[in-house]
Ligand binder design. Structure first.
Ligand SMILES: [Zn+2]
Ligand SMILES: [Zn+2]
Length: 254
């Protein structure tokens, strides 16, 4: 398997998961032209994409889905309430999914995991193929016992490090939005992300990707230093998924 990102953050998210057979986009927060431009950086065109999966209806995850799906006749997978929340109109192939009910896209096994976030029916995903296991975990307000259990054993994990507590507290957001971001159904702070990382099966984890970093309430250096505090003897690779560039292909050894 290999994984890349078209971009990550509150202005648009999309991750590419490629298996032996099959290639999918997880979320699509970019418009058509921008998506095509970003795919080209990875030597891909829309014709190379077999499916679009959606985590939840927030604009940075779903804004580009309907246009992309309609224009290129690409099946779109999401929970029924995610579809209903967005009034997306008819899609050429809408595939409703359910929490904890796995399905396959080509040779990639897809496991939707329920997460605590302020959307109607949000989920995050674990992708596996043979012995490889890739977790994507963004847009959640706290680490539930269920999430901790599901994401314990991954070869690659994309993990939200949304905000630094002090930067959020002293930053430009209005009080209500600060409460929402920091709340139990908002986003993960650097400290919350680090706490989860410390409890993972680290000898197995080969790649950890800092994701969904807030441009106003965080700095990648702060996220990095929070994580490295719990990664003392870890031998894997730490990568940043940026808003402008995402990240290039990461290959997982079979
Ligand atoms: Zn988001
Ligand atoms: Zn969200």
């Amino acid at each position: 398997m290999r994984v890349a990102s078209l971009g990550s953050g509150s202005k648009g998210n999309s991750t590419v998961i490629e298996g032996r057979e099959g290639r999918l986009l997880l979320d699509l927060g970019f418009g058509l032209k921008e998506t095509i431009r970003r795919l080209a950086r990875l030597d891909l065109t829309p014709m190379d994409i077999d499916a679009v999966l959606v985590t939840h209806e927030h604009a940075d995850h779903i804004n580009g889905v309907a246009a992309f799906s309609r224009k290129f006749h690409i099946p779109a997978y999401m929970t029924p309430s995610t579809y209903d929340a967005k009034r997306m109109g008819p899609l050429p192939a809408l595939k409703p999914i359910q929490y904890e009910r796995s399905f396959a896209i080509g040779s990639i096994q897809v496991e939707p995991v329920v997460v605590p976030h302020d959307a109607r029916e949000p989920c995050q995903f674990i992708f596996s193929e043979e012995s490889n296991r890739v977790g994507v975990l963004t847009d959640l307000g706290h680490i539930s016992a269920h999430v901790r259990d599901r994401y314990h054993d991954c070869d690659l994990l994309m993990l939200e490090c949304n905000y630094d507590k002090e930067m959020l507290a002293s930053g430009p957001y209005p009080a209500a939005l600060k409460r929402r971001v920091a709340g139990d159904f908002g986003h993960l702070s650097n400290d919350q992300a680090a706490e989860l990382v410390g409890s993972l099966n680290l000898p197995r984890l080969q790649n950890l990707v800092i994701s969904h970093v807030s441009e106003k309430n965080n700095q990648s250096a702060l996220a990095k230093s929070a994580l490295t505090r719990v990664l003392c003897d870890w031998e894997g690779v730490l990568t940043l998924a940026s808003q402008a560039d995402g990240f290039g292909w990461i290959d997982l050894s079979p």
